[in-house]
Design a protein around this ligand. Sequence first.
Ligand code: F6P
Length: 522
Amino acid sequence: MSGHAPEQQPAWQTLSEAAARLGRRPIATLLDDEARNRALTLDAPGMQVDFTRQRLDTAAVETLLDLAQQQGLAAQIEQLFSGVHVNTTEDRPALHTALRAEPAERPADLAAEIGQVFERLSRLAAEIRNGHRRGYTGRAFTDVVHIGIGGSHLGPELVVDALGEPAGGGPRVHFVANIDGAALHAALRTLNPQTTLFVVVSKSFATLETRVNAQSARSWFIERTADPAAVQQHFLAVSANVAAAAEFGIDPALVLPLWDWVGGRFSLWSAVGLPIALCAGPAQFMELLRGARDMDQHFRHTPLGRNAPVLMALSGIWNYNFCGAASHAVLPYARRLRLLPDYLQQLEMESNGKSVHHDGSPVGVHSMPVVWGSEGTNGQHAFHQLLHQGTRAFTADFILIASADHPYADHQRWLLANGLAQSQAMMAGQTADDPHRAVAGDKPTTSIVLPRLDAYSLGALLALYEHKVFCQGVIWNINSFDQWGVELGKRLALPIYDQLGGASAAHQDAATRRLIEHLQRN
Ligand code: F6P
């Protein structure tokens, strides 16, 4: 990957000029151009994406597409799918798309292995769901405790939560990620060890939080069953480090493998998605993959100007780099997508929160800003005040679901009315004699509309964001697939752990030492 700094491309300068020109044009007036509106409304698998409330005219879109072309986006999309080592610092491909490809479309050297893992996953999930695989006393599993963090947690929890109640007799799934013992305690408090299955998910099987939680869960289990051998019936793992999982005491036959070519935050499509198959059934998990696969096809084969992830990425670049947006709000108008902002925080910020190019030279423009958000309409009664009258520029995605799956039709109508009203208010604003009541409006937002929230459209939605992240990494010429920044804190925690236990903290900086002493005194 020998790319260029984006600001060195001719399109960058033209975009700065376009931003100065369009900065004087209220977004509302851009909507008068019907041809522009058609160009900014895209149909993609499982959804429509509407960019018409972005501060973009057709000339600006053309120049953003020029920038994409100058940064070699089309070729790099092909490289992503064909297994080029796009993760340059770890010298690996990022082949999460192979997991959801049709078997015949998977890379030849991986196809058999991927197929076998999906077969094992489906069989295991079916056996647990139908009671063929049971706990050590012969009782069926009613509860699954998923232990994992980051990419080994956020995706599965989001999907399990979004797909709703366990379907067709699936077990309840409880997620434990935080090393705070309160998380494990809350999950285990009411559970019966005889009917509880633990799934330890960790690509490395070395992550502190997961190791500590898994060890405590195993102790909890053995203390109550007095039968260490039963661990083998009650613990499964998903890991690229099968040896470490076996050493922990998990039967290697019950360790589903993961590969180094699947990044943690892109791993929900692999065996990391086991809790989804357990809770919603293997068929639903396959539907999720099908939605993502259709989005992959759209991304790979649609011209860049009609390509939803590409335009989403470019409108982000436009907002962050040319229009001063300091954050990106994710506003799903769906209770069942309430975990989407958390999931996207890892996907977007761990991927593109970088300040050097592939070759290690410093990035000369802003890369990913903060992603945040929460479910509509709750946010309206909390932070939307800042969105309407605050001083910082932002951009937002509204996610609307056309039809509901509950009996309260009136609620659904109100929910949609509120979502539409908020994006309208953010664009139109209002004038008022009293400055306290004036709303500036003119805020750029994108609306994503799903006909319904099912496994298929959810898979497509998550793949949409994954590809958006990839495209932005290409434009900024950064590696979206590593996360070296998180290592430092992990290393520093080790001596502090010992010092909190009484070891000397003499070599710590004064602030850390004082805090350690204060915590010990209290
Ligand atoms: O610390 C960050 C991170 O490495 C993430 O990238 C990853 O998803 C998470 O920790 C968990 O890692 P693992 O699956 O190896 O336990």
